[in-house]
Design a protein. Sequence first.
Length: 367
Amino acid sequence: MANIIVLGAGLVGSVIAKDLAEKHIVTSVDISKKNLDKLNNINTICSDLTNTSTLKNIIKDYDLVVGAVPGFMGYKMMKDVIEAGKNIVDISFYPEDPFELDSLAKEKEVIAIMDCGVAPGMGNIIFAHHNLNMKITDYECLVGGLPEKREWPYQYQAVFSPIDVIEEYIRPARYIQNSALVVKEALSDTELVEFDEIGTLESWNSDGLRTLIKTMPHVPNMIEKTLRYPGCVEYLKVLRTTGLFSYKKVDINGTMIRPIDMTAKLLFPKWEMKVGDRDFTIMRIIIKGTKNGKQVKYQYNLLDRYKDDTISMARTTGYTCTAVANLVINGSYKRKGISPPEYLGEHFKFIRNYLAKRGVNYKSKKI
């Protein structure tokens, strides 16, 4: 039994804390007392985690730190935790290069595992699992989290911080084609894709490959695309083109504001998951290559729905994180430094089984 502290008690952070509390002593920290009050039988601390000295003081007596803060806080939080000499498993989707913290983590002899969600996260682990025993030529990941109830105009609800979601719509999308890096704007190259039980969804380029671009340079074709209901992309493009996703401050009657802050404030009530709302997570991964001199192709499918009063995206993200946290706690994963999820390929079976026990099932087939 370990003493674990979870930083962030939002929709995903709370699921992480509850799952870990089944076998460990868990403390949850958040600036929102409202979020903390929802946690039963878990120690809580109400605090501002943006203050470095406060954060380091809070985590000093714990065996493991789990990061579940918004992306704009993620990099600084991870750096603070590493400087404090604490192992960390993190889900924050921050824009900075995590490998810039690698030398610091090695110097402090810290295990720091990042992006432990669905994609990036489980997708990377599946990729790495096959990379161990075949020569991969193509990797494609289509992934999305969507509400079961479609409501005009966006047909979307956010599990994560609103600004984190908007970041996905403005951050340039990078993918690998014929061993060359291709950079396009987010929301580009839309395609309609059919899925069993769901119907038609729309895919578009997003910056989901992240560390895979650096860690899998031998794979000539890699791409990740986000899934939404058809039509959603056009509304998002209008907002972006209008400047409503901009970080550049504008003068509004003598007050300087960032348009993205106003947009997030306005959109959150429309995107917020409300009591009784249900969602689903869908992912399709196709891996092509050669094994023992023969062409092979594997497909993984995930269709996970709201269950046990817990939203799907929180379960699929949170349980991947807690599976990895247990690998660190039980000593199965010992690599010091920054570890993206693709470094955990040899632990694929443990993580997949851990998720399956919690009702998150990745189905696979050779095609």
